[in-house]
Ligand binder design. Structure first.
Ligand code: 6GU
Length: 375
């Protein structure tokens, strides 16, 4: 790939484009970068490249002739017309997807704007594309050109050591990167997560993927919406997002009717392992993750309200299904399945009815079926 850069300050770009990965890619001839100064194409003796704005106003505007003529001179220096990109805060916002798209071009010609702006005719008749690197104003397009060249070059085959580094990096999979550690295993009391020291490759992969999702949910919930996730990963993501910004409706309350609050509260306190909270004489809440299980006597407001068992099963997921089964037996169900069973769809679970007769089911968390496509 060849990149020609038009800049009034080539010295701003020489050093950054000579070091590290880009420097090596240039030495290896994988990416060729040439810097050109449009000032040298100005007609007057003093090589003036800017002028006052027609109509007045502060600041200078870059003149069109030095830029047009510089591009005319640069084009024959290498094959291909090249895609001409004007770097300007008014351009489309650079993303990894745009960088990957530009990496498919054989040749780019970048124009760094300076002063207050560039004569509009450059935009109209010379630039094929306009790119910005963020919503802030730089004093010139040079830092943006460096950023663009770096982001694009990483997508050019051979620039990075392995294709894997590119695939695993932030943004490539629509997610931020997982946390990275190197030796020592403990520094100033801060330990490297145990799973990374385990040597268990599959566990490490799982942990990294989950960390990427959680980190993206907390820091860039906007990215998570578009990220390709399995249904199980989507569930992890939505749970994490619920703590930041709600993007899907959450089931926040399930009401189970009872004709005896005291009796049913004793039952649920036993099977759920916590006391919950009495909200009113005939209403008691148990907090189950983002969802409240409300044990309510419907006669609290209306003495004539019917008291019938509720919806078709309320499902709980629990870490230890055998302990949950023992607790359910202790708590006194009005009906309890004979044992924990493994279902055809993979869940380990047992069905029961609470003391009032509401149908409930406990599922071992690890085996909970949440919609298929599990990795
Ligand atoms: Cl490409 N140029 C300038 N001058 N400022 C910017 C920019 C470009 N991108 C963000 N801010």
């Amino acid at each position: 790939m060849r990149i020609d850069v038009l800049t009034l300050f080539p010295e701003m770009l020489e050093a950054p484009l000579s070091a590290s990965i880009i420097g090596r890619a240039r030495e290896a001839g994988i990416v060729e970068v040439a810097l050109h100064n449009p000032r040298h194409y100005a007609h007057d003796r003093h090589q003036v490249a800017d002028d006052y704005a027609y109509g007045g106003g502060p600041g200078m505007v870059m003149k069109p002739e030095p830029i047009f003529e510089c591009v005319d001179a640069v084009r024959p220096m290498a094959p291909g017309a090249g895609r001409v990109i004007l770097l300007t805060p008014q351009g489309r916002l650079l993303s990894d997807a745009i960088a990957a798209e530009l990496a498919n071009e054989a040749r780019l010609i970048l124009i760094c704007g300076h002063y207050e702006g560039v004569d509009e005719r450059v935009r109209e008749a010379l630039a094929d594309d306009e790119i910005s690197i963020g919503d802030y104003v730089l004093s010139g397009g040079e830092p943006a050109a460096w950023v663009l060249i770096d982001a694009v070059a990483r997508h050019v085959p051979g620039v990075l050591g392995s294709a894997r580094s590119l695939a695993e990096e932030s943004h490539a999979a629509g997610l931020l990167e997982y946390p990275q550690y190197t030796r020592p295993a403990e520094y100033r009391g801060l330990r490297v997560p145990e799973v990374l020291l385990s040597g268990h490759h599959a566990e490490v992969e799982r942990w990294r993927r989950e960390q990427s999702i959680l980190r993206t949910a907390r820091r860039r919930p906007d990215m998570l919406r578009a990220a390709p996730l399995t249904p199980e990963e989507r569930r992890i993501a939505e749970t994490a997002l619920a703590g930041t910004e709600v993007t899907v409706p959450l089931l926040f309350r399930v009401i189970l009717p009872t004709d005896d609050v005291e009796r049913d509260v004793r039952f649920y306190a036993t099977v759920l392992g916590h006391e919950g909270e009495r909200i009113a004489p005939r209403r008691h809440y148990f907090y189950c993750g983002p969802t409240i299980l409300a044990i309510v006597d419907p006669r609290e407001h209306d003495a004539a309200a019917p008291v019938r068992p509720n919806v078709e099963h309320v499902y709980f997921s629990v870490a230890g299904i055998d302990a949950a089964y023992a607790a359910a037996r202790r708590a006194g169900c009005s009906w309890l399945e004979d044992r924990v069973r493994k279902r055809d769809w993979g869940e380990r679970s047992f069905y029961a009815r609470d003391p009032f007769g509401n149908p409930i089911c406990f599922v071992e968390e690890k085996t909970a079926f949440t919609g298929g496509g599990r990795a």
